[in-house]
Design a protein around this ligand. Sequence first.
Ligand code: HEC
Length: 143
Amino acid sequence: MISIAMKRMLAGFVTGLLCLPFAQGRAAIPDGKEVFQRNCSVCHSVNPPPKSAPPVLPISGRYHMRFSTKSAGVAAMVAFMKAPSKQTSVIEPEAITRFGLMPPMTLGDAELNAVAGWFWDQGGSASGPGSGRGAGQGAGGCN
Ligand code: HEC
């Protein structure tokens, strides 16, 4: 005879098993969204209103206006995150006046590339993300 408590435990166990492959996949290749939530979301909201930095969507839009390919936009973002400066800033100068310059990020290249790719994918859907990555990310409710 299986008690209700046992059934609950079993259900939890099965859910855990189903989620396991996804959790492992994420550990291998950094998930841009996770990197964002851990390292950037203290300052950056995704949509307006801003926290202590411009939100992701307008920033992404700016990068789409300035760069025609994702790889060029991501490379510029990664370079900026390592050493932010007014000269290399792509967004409107008023943002730096208002929020101050972003502090340099001390993440590895894999994380920086992942999060920059995620930033890029948030905006400019009109031009088409090309690689198709990013769609359906975060679904599944395993967190
Ligand atoms: C301590 C607060 C803070 C954190 C943490 C932070 N940012 Fe920023 N970020 C800012 C501010 C302020 C600006 C606007 C001024 C500027 O561009 O430097 C900014 C601007 C940016 C820009 C636009 C750069 C430009 O001027 O062209 C990008 C891209 C960006 N952040 C990405 C990130 C990513 C990705 C992370 C996490 C890995 C992150 N930021 C973490 C404060 C932060």
